[in-house]
Design a protein around this ligand. Structure first.
Ligand code: TYD
Length: 218
């Protein structure tokens, strides 16, 4: 089929805690559905029943050794990709995922000092190399993000300022290294301005995905 409405695309939202990823994810979903697209909203960790258990352990449990933490996120991701993301893409949906591999590279690879290449390779193994069509990096000073957050902070939110500065730096380094995939959006702008920018980036990615599909299926 060549109709762009049946072309799936994998969109990930990344950024530090409190940057507004879930708000933007919901706005993108409303817009895409109004356009007649099939949309799957999901998140990591916790996009599956197994993932919800992993999320509880890793964010609300006891101390977790950093390597164990990296493996738990990778396990969540492997199961999520195989049971949710790949089937949705095969059915032609647009998958909007709140966090993906870049979060592991930034939090475990850089901020926990486990090594960015090693952690990326672990996730690429876990997902059999599934890379997003576009990644929206919502960039914000971590101090502003912390002030925006509501409720009781989880285990990672309680990590110190240096930790969150390192997370931000690594996200920006990924964006600089992969400008074709990662679009940086200033998350200090108002919700509507951020939405306009994320939407434009998704529109471009969908057009590119549609063009690829028509090339292979004349
Ligand atoms: P969540 O409540 O989803 O954070 P937010 O609402 O800010 O997106 O919690 C996810 C936490 O898990 C967040 O602090 C980042 C962390 N995380 C990692 O450290 N590595 C990962 O691979 C993923 C997916 C998340």
């Amino acid at each position: 089929m060549t109709s762009s409405a049946t072309t799936g695309a994998f969109v990930t939202l990344e950024g530090g805690d409190g940057v507004g990823k879930s708000t933007q994810q919901a706005l993108l979903a409303d817009w895409l559905r109004a356009e007649g697209r099939e949309v799957v909203l999901t998140r990591e960790p916790g996009g599956t029943p197994l993932g919800a258990e992993i999320r509880r352990l890793v964010l609300h449990g006891e101390h977790v050794d950093p390597r164990a933490e990296a493996l738990l996120y990778a396990a969540d991701r492997a199961h999520h990709v195989e049971t949710v993301v790949r089937p949705a893409l095969a059915a032609g949906a647009v998958v909007l995922a709140d966090r993906y591999i870049d979060s592991s590279v930034a939090y475990q690879g850089a901020a926990r000092s486990l090594g960015t290449d090693e952690v990326r390779d672990l996730s690429l193994w876990a997902t059999r190399g599934l890379t997003p069509d576009v990644t929206l990096l919502l960039d914000l000073d971590p101090a502003v993000g912390a002030a925006r957050r509501e409720g009781h902070p989880d285990r990672l939110e309680r990590a110190g300022d240096t930790f969150h500065d390192r997370v931000r730096e690594q996200f920006l380094a990924i964006a600089a290294a992969e400008p074709d995939r990662v679009v940086v959006v200033d998350a200090s702008l108002g919700i509507e301005d951020v939405h306009a920018r994320t939407r434009a980036a998704v529109e471009r990615a969908l057009a590119a995905a549609g063009a690829r599909t028509s090339e292979v299926t004349p």
